[in-house]
Design a protein around this ligand. Structure first.
Ligand SMILES: NC(=O)c1ccc[n+]([C@@H]2O[C@H](COP(=O)([O-])OP(=O)(O)OC[C@H]3O[C@@H](n4cnc5c(N)ncnc54)[C@H](O)[C@@H]3O)[C@@H](O)[C@H]2O)c1
Ligand SMILES: [Zn+2]
Ligand SMILES: [Zn+2]
Length: 384
């Protein structure tokens, strides 16, 4: 089968690889019909999320059709159309019972040597081969797959695999109240879905911070007040617009590849380079902690991998901030969010800006990596 293979930092290829096989009686094999490219994939290719093993198949967002099931798979059947949650969990350990699937004991063993298990990630996440492939092996298929109603299309379902549940968890952790004013740092696909969910919850004042004009324009179209950090200092603007107080809640949808304003770059032409890691991984966190009102809440869903340790804890302590964060517990949220999609209470299709045939995936990666105008979320259409 064909798959996107991580070869090394800045080096990926669409290659012919061996198809997966059932390795455990609880496994299923799923033929992928649609996958995507995610901001998390970029962290790994840029080298800012370390520990990738050459040969790993990338991709952790997918929908497809079940091709084969192991002897102990009870609920899922061959032929089912399914969403594959990005994180992998056993469904029966103490953490899974509490719906904290991203800390499943079966994989993380409390020893901090392992991390949230997910598809297409670094060694510490499994490693498991990912979904930018014609076929994927799904462990614990009865908990690791969610069936899709026939009248929900792949394009309507694909963002439920990772980024809508992630945005939902970001909003949940922010513990929003109706009168809150809320800032969202990062207007990539995750940040846009956070804004969608905040609007749906009736939040009136939303600030959106980024420096990509087309992304800020979409945030504005959704009803947010856009702040371009290349043109104005986000902390002073947020203070000014909240009568000196600062936002009540802030959601970080940036992660480790955070950037400083371009006017601070020694050579701004660097920004055009491919697979360039962010030049200031602490930048968004620093702005967020500085801007928040006293005793405000910071909810972090942007990914900051293990070795990163530059968080402004002193300022946060001095302001009595509440800080919550984590890898998404996808399986906990997908059924409810799928119901919203099914009942047409939310429409996710406008957030997919490109639907690309799988043979053009490497080219699509390059456009998405450079955050080119209009490239927000790429869906990959697999060969039928
Ligand atoms: N916690 C989870 O389980 C989970 C799941 C999915 C994605 N994520 C993470 O969410 C983050 C966003 O994902 P995405 O797909 O939208 O990625 P993305 O790279 O498309 O978006 C990140 C955005 O942040 C902007 N940005 C850079 N520096 C900034 C700064 N200093 N201030 C404000 N904005 C800044 C970029 O211009 C970009 O638009 C990533 O870190 C991704 O790994 C986390
Ligand atoms: Zn993702
Ligand atoms: Zn578990």
């Amino acid at each position: 089968m064909k798959a996107v293979v991580f070869k090394g930092i800045g080096d990926i290829a669409l290659e012919e690889v061996q198809s997966p096989i059932i390795q455990d009686p609880k496994d299923a094999l799923v033929r992928i019909t649609m996958s995507t490219i995610c901001g998390t994939d970029l962290h790994m290719i840029r080298g800012s999320m370390t520990g990738m093993q050459p040969g790993t198949i990338l991709g952790h967002e997918g929908v497809g059709i079940v091709e084969k099931v192991g002897a102990d798979v009870k609920k899922i059947k061959v032929g089912d159309r399914v969403i594959i949650p990005s994180t992998i969990a056993c469904g029966t350990c103490d953490y899974c019972k509490k719906k904290i699937y991203s800390q499943c004991d079966y994989y993380t063993h409390n020893d901090s040597q392992t991390n949230t298990a997910f598809y297409g990630g670094p060694k510490k996440s499994g490693p498991f081969n990912g979904m930018q492939a014609e076929m994927v092996r799904v462990p614990f298929a009865d908990v690791g797959l969610v069936t899709i109603p026939t009248d929900v299309t792949d394009s309507q379902a694909i963002l439920l695999s990772d980024i809508l549940p992630t945005a939902y968890m970001g909003v949940e952790m922010a513990d929003i109240q109706p009168t809150d004013n809320i800032a969202v740092f990062g207007c990539g696909p995750v940040g846009q879905l956070v804004i969608l969910l905040l609007k749906r919850s009736g939040i009136k004042t939303i600030f959106a911070i980024d420096n990509v004009p087309s992304r800020l324009a979409l945030a504005e179209k959704q009803g947010a007040h856009a702040i371009n950090f290349d043109h104005e200092d986000p902390v002073s603007v947020l203070k000014k617009l909240t009568h000196g107080k600062g936002p009540d809640k802030i959601i970080d949808a940036v992660g480790i590849d955070a950037e400083q304003p371009h006017y601070t770059w020694a050579d701004s032409s660097d920004h055009q380079a491919q697979w360039l890691p962010g030049n200031a991984p602490w930048q968004a966190l620093q702005w967020e902690v500085d801007a928040l009102c006293k005793a405000g809440t910071l909810s972090i869903i942007g990914v900051y991998p293990g070795p990163f340790h530059l968080f402004p804890i002193g300022t946060a302590m001095g302001k009595n901030l509440i800080i919550k964060m984590g890898n998404c517990n996808h399986r906990a949220y997908i059924p409810k969010l799928l119901e919203w999609v099914h009942k047409k209470e939310i429409d996710l299709t406008p957030f997919i800006t490109q639907t690309i045939s799988f043979d053009k995936v490497i080219d699509a990666y390059k456009h998405f990596d450079k955050r080119e105008d209009g490239w927000l979320k790429v869906a990959l259409l697999m060969p039928s």
